[in-house]
Design a protein around this ligand. Structure first.
Ligand code: ATR
Length: 287
């Protein structure tokens, strides 16, 4: 790749950033599509987030992604956030156009894209394990499409608050409970989709799974995980063993990246290439 005065710079802010795969998929797509741009990891030390937007403006950086721990704390430094980012209270993509910095959140739509790609219809009732930022982004997208959402979480107060917020913002029915609550069996029976948004089962703790009894789901339920390392989490392996359809977190990760890449470049991203190459890399790391 030739770097010259026209090379546009994009990147990812977060801390720490050691294992992020975003630079891999973004740079691969720039190269494949002949876009004169680079995507760099910017590990921003705690306490420095207040300088990021002005720094990017000064350097002519036209866009960047945001990851843990800055998805919420970046918001006060932006000129505007999209409706969706506002509802989620978190931003994963920032675009700077004519000096105005606007925040978006592509996580929830990235998940919805992967449901569609897998031929899964918007569920009537979805159970979401977890009540953090990813649960909120996915829950919001499901609710605006008409799903009833049930958040089950280790800390029930967080799930209750998230359900109240989702119901208020979208007008859809939403519930929040402890994940070992005894009064969830009706929800479990009716759930068409179960999604794990917690890090339980993620590398290196690959033998763990959320304490949810899959065999109580009905046989038409789909089980999704947003973890993509490993590709096949213990939760998904158990679901497969019960004959349930499963969806790994790879699609959501690629799709949120595709949406950001398209916002950065104004072009269609080579989604299949990005997904295939990332799957190849993850499978190589697993062996
Ligand atoms: P993100 O923004 O990536 O969703 P987060 O806001 O830190 O991350 O939320 C992580 C979610 O995973 C939370 O629901 C958290 O549960 P608590 O609200 O009880 O903290 C859940 N979580 C994280 N580690 C967990 C663990 N070891 N066991 C169970 N739940 C866990």
């Amino acid at each position: 790749m030739q770097i010259d005065q026209d090379t546009r710079v994009f990147g990812l802010i977060g801390y720490p950033l050691a294992h992020s795969l975003s630079p891999f998929i973004h740079n691969l797509a720039f190269k494949a599509m002949g876009v004169n741009a680079v995507y760099l990891p910017f590990p921003v030390k705690p306490g420095r987030v207040s300088s990021v937007v002005n720094g990017a403006r000064a350097l002519g950086i036209r866009g960047f992604n945001v990851t843990i721990p800055y998805k919420e704390s970046i918001i006060p430094y932006l000129d505007r956030v999209s409706l969706e980012a506002e509802a989620c209270g978190s931003v994963n993509t920032v675009l700077i156009e004519e000096d105005r910095a606007v925040g978006y959140n592509t996580d929830g739509r990235g998940f919805m894209d992967s449901l569609e790609q897998e031929g899964v219809k918007v569920p009537r009732l979805a159970i979401i394990l977890g009540a953090g930022g990813a649960a909120r982004a996915i829950g919001y997208q499901l609710a605006v499409r008409g799903s009833i959402t049930v958040f089950l979480n280790r800390t029930p107060e967080r799930a209750e608050k998230l359900a109240r917020d989702i119901a208020r913002i979208t007008g859809q029915e939403s519930w929040g409970k402890s994940w070992d609550s005894s009064c969830i069996s009706d929800f479990v029976q009716d759930a068409e989709l179960l999604i794990n948004t917690t890090p339980v089962g993620m590398y290196p703790d690959i033998d763990q799974k959320p304490p949810f009894v899959l065999k109580n789901l009905n046989s038409r339920s789909v089980v999704a995980d947003i973890i993509y390392n490993p590709l096949n989490t213990r939760l998904l392996r158990e679901a497969e063993g019960l004959g349930l359809k499963t969806i790994s977190g790879l699609g959501m990760f690629v799709n949120q990246g595709v949406r950001s890449w398209e916002m950065f470049t104004g072009r269609e991203a080579p989604r299949k290439l990005m997904e295939d190459r990332l799957r190849g890399l993850l499978l190589k790391n697993e062996t």
